[in-house]
Write a protein that binds this ligand. Sequence first.
Ligand SMILES: Nc1ncnc2c1ncn2[C@@H]1O[C@H](COP(=O)(O)OS(=O)(=O)O)[C@@H](OP(=O)(O)O)[C@H]1O
Ligand SMILES: Nc1ncnc2c1ncn2[C@@H]1O[C@H](COP(=O)(O)OP(=O)(O)O)[C@@H](O)[C@H]1O
Length: 287
Amino acid sequence: MTAVGNLTLNLYKSSETLTIPSKVTVFPQKLGICGVGGRSSCFAPIKAMEGSKTTTHVNGQPKQVDSSTDADILGNGTVQTSTVGNSSNIAWHSCSVGKSERQELLNQKGCVVWITGLSGSGKSTLACALGHALHARGKLAYILDGDNCRHGLNSDLSFKAEDRAENIRRIGEVAKLFSDAGVICIASLISPFRKERDACRALLPEGDFIEVYMDVPLQVCESRDPKGLYKLARAGKIKGFTGIDDPYEPPLNSEIILHQGEGMCDSPNTLAEVIVSYLERKGYLEA
Ligand SMILES: Nc1ncnc2c1ncn2[C@@H]1O[C@H](COP(=O)(O)OS(=O)(=O)O)[C@@H](OP(=O)(O)O)[C@H]1O
Ligand SMILES: Nc1ncnc2c1ncn2[C@@H]1O[C@H](COP(=O)(O)OP(=O)(O)O)[C@@H](O)[C@H]1O
């Protein structure tokens, strides 16, 4: 908010007011004031301005700073803004309730289970089985399915390479938000490109991106063909179909590889339990 003339802020849950001189850019959260006019539900204590250690963000990454010397806050009380991609003059707003508080509430740790593989390899079926298994254990999970996201968030994207890359990037960013919310996010999409998958991994803290590779031969996927898309692709009626005339780059270092072949298919529930065991072993099913 940019103040023109004197600006009076009502302190949340307080009758006190704070008057700010004109022509400064003010971010109430930086002053420990959220909910100007009492409308916001977030409240960061005012002591953040009294020289205590607090957490701020630089390009989205948490950083511990001494509030009194926070480099983001300029001498005249204005806040340093930055440019990220094409977004200029932006600043990160922090809140006193953070990821660890949410994780405590949920008694779990946020992470992303990223299921990649050919169409028909069983990604969506596994995602549902895993979601069900976690739900049964009282754990909060949410599925981001490629097909489903293309019904809304990504409905502007086609299947050409640059649009697939953007599809992966967006789902990676949304998955990061779910993980920050403390949720176990299950992303199931073909995600054929190694570079884009690795970029999504890089968005998260070490260990929080769990790549699951559905290692199912093309012949098996094609024999399943539940939507008849392989048939259409073979007939030349769908161009650029993954595995037929479009590439799929198998992962090189997946946390979990699920091999299936002709006559050797574990049930979706058995596969889901492999992932649940991994999450349990790595401590994600407790805060
Ligand atoms: N050309 C082409 N190639 C591959 N898949 C196609 C294509 N056209 C439509 N479909 C259907 O779209 C689903 C894949 O969407 P994704 O978002 O997972 O794909 S990607 O990650 O962007 O490559 C995929 O769903 P799944 O079978 O669940 O993988 C298909 O139903
Ligand atoms: N573990 C499995 N064993 C045998 N068939 C499976 C298994 N998982 C999924 N399927 C079947 O394979 C087909 C494709 O599954 P789906 O989950 O839609 O794959 P994807 O999301 O990768 O396209 C469906 O007909 C589904 O019933």
